[in-house]
Each structure stands twice: as C-alpha cells, then as structure tokens.
Ligand binder design. Structure first.
Ligand code: AMP
Length: 404
C-alpha cells in the first residue's frame, strides 16, 4: 500500500511525497481509511509510530480554510503540542492556520491564533484558561484528537479534558490515541467516543534492530559504569533516563564535569530552558540528554542510537517508552540498563514481561561522583536557592553518593 493508493487529497499527497514519504506506517494504513469514513477511533499506538500524520491527513482533508477552529488536538505536554503543530503545518503546506496553545508563555500571542486558526493544538490546562477567559470558541469544532490519553491521565489532566470536551459540539469525530490502554482510558472512550473502531499496531521500534541488555553494578559504581559505557560506545546521540529530577540534575552535572556534553531535561525546568535543551540536542550540540520519563515521553527525537537506564523504570510501560526513543524508522539502537540493588524490585517488573540479556560490565575505572553538584554547572537554569542542603550530615556524603 502506498499513500497514492489511499485516495488522499492531491494537494496533501504532494506535500507528503515531497517530504519523502511514499508508504504509510501501520497505524496510518489502518486509521486513515476509518477516519476518512468519519468513524471515531481508539488507537493503541505511541509516538514514533507515525500517528500524527495518521490523524492530521484526514483532518486536513475535511477542514476548510477561513472557517475558524475546526480541529482540536489535546496533548499532555508542550513539547508534544509543538511537534504535532509542526506536523500539521508541514503536511498542510502552510495552507491552514495552526495555533499551539500551552502554558508557561504569554496568553496574548495565542489569543489571535485561537480566533483565526483552523487547527488548535493545546495542552489541557492552558486551553481551559483560554476558554474561561472567553478567548476561544469551540462551537465549530468537528474533529477532536486526544493524543497520548494515558499520559494526560497520569498527569492529572483528565478533568480539564472532560471540561473542554463538554464545550465541543457532540456532532463531531473523536480520535483517541494512547500508548497503553488502562481501564481509565477505556472509560473515557466509552463516554466521549461514539462506537469507536479499535486500532492497534505494533510499535515502530523494530525489535530486530534494538539490542537490549542490562549490566549489574553496585549503587556506588553506577556513575562510573555510565561514564565507561559512554566513553566506550561513543554514541552520537544518547539519552540517559533517571527516576527523579534530582538524579537527572546530578547525573547531567557530573557528566559535564567529566567533559561529556550532557544536559538535563525534566519538568522542573522553565519552558524556555526545556526548549533550549531540546533544540541543542536536535542540533547535535549536546551528546547526552539526561531525562525523567515524564519529560521525555512522546518526544520525537531523531537519531538517538543509545538509551541508558540509570535507574530502572517503575513500570514496564515506562521501559517500553524509554527504549522507544531509539531504533526508530529503520535505524539501529541499543538500550542498556544499569542495574544496582536499589533497582531490583522495579527491574523485575520489566523482565517479567520482556526478555533482556545480561551482559558483563568488565573492568572500568572509578570516576568521582559529586552528590552536591546541583548548581548551574551542567547548564541547569534553576537558580540555586539553597533549598538543597546536600546529604544529611549523619550519613556523610560518600554514603549519599552511593544511593545514586
Ligand atoms: P509520530 O508517531 O507522529 O510522532 O511520528 C514519528 C516520526 O515518523 C515523525 O518524525 C514522522 O516524520 C515519521 N513518519 C510519519 N509517517 C511516516 C511514514 N509514512 N514513513 C516514514 N516516516 C514517517
């Protein structure tokens, strides 16, 4: 099957082909025909599967220029909102107005777009703020997308989403995309979708291209092992996942101190900083992006060759999301988990549903890890406010360091 066989509007088809896409991905092949028929859908699929084009193409085929907002896409994070908007703009070839609405920036520039644009891509909180202020009218919305519904649920946005949906005409097409299908997501689909068709595709991550392994280490060896792996693999673009924001900061700063260009990405950073960090990573100015699950979920970053799990994720699903940042679109990838005793419990949840080979770490030099490096050194933008007092005295810093 090729895009040209799918009966897609010729102007859209030419922008799709100009971008070098001839064959639809699995999710596109399954959902585009259903959406063209006007059906509601509930699709299990994650970022990287090509899902944005799967909903953007049929939406852009149906909406009309100059008629005000007709499509509303709700996403959990600002980054995803921006990615989705960009995709709409690229496929639409600039013919449609797309406004991106998210918090952390001024209202004013968004207000104009909310009146003019045909497509609104928004995070729920800011969208609701605009609605409360009377800045947006959703009466003409005919297409609604709930993108990464599971993540919106986890982030506590569901009430906002429901409040927004109540302001959209019932006569509409609703599409729900979610990487996982917990009970609550199904519940929402029952309430807000009309006899939805179900679509499920395997992930775009090709398991034959993804090499997964784990290495045992002690807690106090972990940072040294990470540095050793980075220096051995020399990945052109890699991500290191940590469980907590504070660990992200510490690891990024300590890597920086070792002369490795690493930057931290987590929800505690300002919007501007997050954008800067991502832009630098995209541009290849930062080799290692150290991130929490929440900050990294849904990001479409190309060319990530290596994933390092500095802390085992709490849930098997998070593991899937992490490794899903690599081995995409036919490229090879490697995911290595650094497993110390504090990870055993969490990692067992992952290995109970996934086969991961154990490998030997071999010999590697010990590298100092400073558990106090919470300042701006690694490029952090949060000013040091004195809130972090370092390790509790009675443990001593060495002991504290071991926890990471
Ligand atoms: P998404 O799941 O929407 O985040 O898409 C992930 C990536 O897949 C994006 O960078 C798209 O440019 C790319 N992509 C989308 N559709 C296709 C396709 N049919 N063929 C190849 N790559 C695609």
């Amino acid at each position: 099957m090729e895009f040209k066989d799918m009966g897609i509007d010729s102007a859209l088809l030419s922008t799709i082909e100009q971008r070098g896409f001839t064959q639809p991905t699995a999710i596109q092949e399954q959902t585009i025909p259903l959406l063209k028929q006007g059906k509601d859908i509930i699709a299990q699929s994650e970022t990287g599967s090509g899902k944005t084009m799967a909903f953007a193409i049929p939406i852009l085929e149906k909406i009309q220029k100059g008629q005000g907002p007709q499509a509303l896409v709700l996403t959990p994070t600002r980054e995803l909102a921006k990615q989705v908007s960009e995709e709409f703009e690229k496929i639409g070839g600039g013919r449609f107005g797309v406004v991106t609405v998210y918090g952390g920036v001024g209202f004013e520039p968004q207000v104009h777009g909310l009146r003019q644009a045909e497509v609104i891509v928004a995070t729920p909180g800011r969208m609701l703020d605009h609605l409360r202020q009377g800045n947006a009218r959703l009466q003409k919305i005919t297409h609604v997308v709930l993108d990464e519904a599971d993540r919106m649920l986890e982030m506590g946005f569901i009430e906002d989403v429901e409040t927004i949906l109540k302001q959209v005409p019932r006569e509409r097409q609703t599409m729900l995309f979610s990487a996982t299908m917990p009970w609550e997501v199904r519940d929402i689909s029952l309430r807000y979708l009309r006899e939805p068709a179900e679509v499920s595709t395997r992930q775009f991550v090709d398991s034959s291209l993804l090499k997964e392994s784990y290495l045992d280490c002690l807690d106090n060896e972990k940072f040294s092992l990470l540095v050793h792996l980075l220096r051995t693999h020399r990945p052109p673009r890699s991500m290191v996942f940590c469980g907590k924001r504070s660990t992200v900061d510490l690891v990024a700063n300590n890597l920086h101190r070792q002369g490795i260009t690493a930057k931290a990405l987590h929800g505690g950073l300002t919007q501007g900083r997050r954008e800067q960090v991502l832009a630098e990573f995209h541009q290849g100015k930062t080799l290692v992006l150290v991130a929490t699950d929440v900050a990294a979920r849904g990001l479409d970053i190309k060319g990530v060759t290596h994933i390092y799990n500095y802390n085992a994720p709490e849930e098997a699903d998070d593991y899937t999301h992490r490794v899903g940042r690599t081995a995409r679109a036919g490229e090879k990838g490697m995911a290595v988990s650094l497993i110390s005793p504090t990870d055993y419990l969490n990692f067992r949840r992952v290995t109970s549903v996934r086969d991961i080979d154990r490998e030997e770490a071999g010999e590697y030099p010990r590298i100092p890890f400073n558990p106090r490096l919470m300042d701006r050194e690694g490029g952090l933008d949060r000013p040091f406010r004195g809130g972090f007092r370092g390790p509790p005295r009675r443990h001593g810093s060495r002991r504290f360091a071991r926890r990471f």
